[in-house]
Ligand binder design. Structure first.
Ligand SMILES: [Ca+2]
Ligand SMILES: [Ca+2]
Length: 364
């Protein structure tokens, strides 16, 4: 079993899709100096032919899950930077600058996303359950993600500051993202006893359950035409493996070491497995064409800590590696214009193991 004390990729993997443990906030002279030289230009690795010149927007603490606004001019992301002890939600321009705190500063937050007019930000937070940071996951049974039961999904009105809860069911509700028309939220919840994907209107009404397979279903994102959803799954079929999954879920934990990428129609029909890599493949996002998916994976070493971005056709063909730098690369997303591209990476960090946000121009 993996030890909990790991650097680089797996620490970020811990934050993936809203199920992370708190990594210690880091404050050091090197990081503070580095932060003064932001944003910083960097070249992609020579093999990274899909990536244009990189603009590094953060350097210090863990920065992850950066997602574009609908106008493509801003990013919303989570970071455990000081003064808070666990992840809070921030926004800044795609050209960088000083991040603006969006969340309350209490509890732990994850998985933020803009709404269609960029007036609202939706995100998950534990602050109503407890203003303190939730405790780190119990790793006594190996490497796991916690599914904090205090997580509910909130919608912040950026004009008025009003924070409205969109869910109020017991247990984990998080990982909310928006449809391209801005009318529908998809999210992950344990409200029916297993990890499943649900949709609801942008005001929290008309909740519909989309998945029902025993096992992990989570991390959903819409296709550019809004007709499909890409997500990550772990569906154990072996009775012992399913029992192990349920045993952890009962404790609010999930082991993320084996996940595959799936797609389904927006109404939950026609669920299809895309990857068959036998690794930790997660954080998928549709290519602007709607025909390919980018995702993070530790393929080809399922026990390895080397995560990179890969592309695959939605029919599972044409697997292609996109990033080639050591450590974690993941959480990729295209802006609505299909050209600008954001991802999070360990590359060029001033503090080993930390993850930062990079924006570039995508090259097909
Ligand atoms: Ca399930
Ligand atoms: Ca890498």
């Amino acid at each position: 079993m993996r030890r909990p004390i790991v650097v680089a990729g797996l620490i970020v993997l811990l934050t993936a899709g809203g199920s992370g443990i708190a990594t210690p906030a880091v404050s050091n002279a090197a990081g503070e100096n580095a932060a003064q030289n932001l944003p910083r230009p960097h070249d992609p690795a020579p093999q990274e032919k899909h990536l244009g010149p990189l603009l590094m927007l953060t350097d210090g603490a863990e920065n992850a899950e950066a997602y574009f606004s609908f106008d493509g001019q801003q990013l919303v992301f989570q970071s455990n930077r000081p003064p808070y002890d666990c992840d809070q939600i921030y926004t800044f321009a795609i050209t960088g600058g000083e991040p603006q705190l969006v969340s309350t500063g209490e509890g732990r937050t994850t998985c933020a996303y803009f709404t269609a007019d960029d007036r609202y930000v939706v995100y998950a937070s534990t602050h109503l359950a407890d203003p303190n940071c939730p405790p780190p996951a119990d790793m006594s049974e190996g490497y796991v993600w916690p599914l904090y039961e205090g997580y509910d999904i909130f919608r912040l009105d950026r004009q008025t500051g009003e924070l409205q809860p969109l869910t109020d069911t017991p247990g984990y509700d998080a990982e909310a993202t928006l449809s391209p028309d801005g009318k529908t939220i998809v999210f992950t919840s344990v409200r029916d006893g297993d990890l499943e994907i649900y949709s609801m209107d942008v005001d929290g009404q008309n909740v519909r359950r989309l998945t029902d397979t025993p096992g992990y279903d989570g991390g959903p994102f819409f296709s550019p035409d809004g007709k499909q959803i890409v997500y990550r799954c772990h569906h154990p079929t072996d009775p012992a493996q399913l029992a192990a999954y349920r045993h952890l879920l009962d404790q609010g934990l999930v082991r993320p070491s084996l996940m595959e990428v799936w797609v389904m129609n927006a109404d939950g029909s026609h669920q299809q497995q895309v990857t068959r890599l036998g690794c930790a493949s997660f954080a998928p996002f549709f290519h602007p064409s709607g025909r390919k998916i980018i995702f993070a994976t530790n393929y080809p070493d399922p026990r390895g800590r080397e995560f990179d971005l890969w592309l695959i056709d939605i029919d599972g063909q044409n697997l292609e590696r996109v990033t080639f730098t050591p450590g974690f690369d993941g959480f990729a997303m295209w802006a609505p214009d299909g050209k600008r591209f954001v991802f999070c990476s360990n590359r060029h960090n001033s503090q080993r193991g930390e993850t930062n946000i990079f924006v570039t121009e995508w090259r097909d």
